[in-house]
Design a protein around this ligand. Sequence first.
Ligand code: 3PG
Length: 308
Amino acid sequence: MTKVLVATVKPFAPAAVNSIKIIIEKAGYEFILLEKYDDQSELIRAVEDVDALIIRSDKVTPEVISAGKNLKIVVRAGAGYDNVNLEAASAKQVVVMNTPGQNSNAVAELALGMMVYYARNCFNGKPGTELKGKKLGIHAYGNVGKMVGNIAKGFGMEIYAFDPFIPREQIEKDGVIWTGSEEELYTTCQYVSLHIPANEHTIKSIDYHLLSKMPSGAILVNTARKEVIDEESLMKILNERDDFGYISDIAPDCADEIKEKYEGKYYFSPKKMGAQTAEANINAGIASANQIVNYLEKGIKTFMVNKF
Ligand code: 3PG
């Protein structure tokens, strides 16, 4: 019998788990659930005889791939797949997919929510500022970036975007101001919201060169990945500028030092919360289950992110 494992350190909402189970069992497969596991060895053991795997930010290392003797497909229920070792998967002809767009609204809402929270001094009762009339730079105009722009328009923000992979006309048709370089975006916008993936081109790419260009009252919003920030640059800019704030859904490695030295200049959510809504879990979970069934039954490879 075909076996499908859902392995999530950070569990889906129960309704999402139930929806996945229904799709998997309707296809005649066995549904296996591993939630809140403490050690990677539990995933390595659980994957041993399964055909398909659904994960979130769980780490699919070469060890996991090689332990999965029958493994044919891994679906990352979400957008970023930097947690999956694509080389190891490709070498064993294991298809890796993501579910783009399924959790974007949740992440976009969180980005704006964190901006309001920070602008109002983390609701501490002191007078804060408003988002209306402020310039917001969207760094990467994919599914999440576009939704951030849409919601921010409702706040009366002026929206700019930089994305070398999206045609200028596509950005402009949304009423967003296109910028031709990262430098231009960071120079222009008081708020910059990051939506770039973490890969060999972007890791540590948000550096002093860019951050130092941001105007007075600069606020960097990160609902992407902590790895894209050059933390030495972040510390340097926080040290140099009292007016600089960093708000992130993923605490940086240097979080303790920031907390100790720069009170009121940061916000870090306790756990990555961007996609942590029932709706996002249900959307991404259902898409994952359907993608597995479609691949195993019909060989459909939509949203495959590796090559072999
Ligand atoms: C994503 O890449 O889809 C988001 O970062 C969500 O990650 P999560 O599923 O671990 O919450």
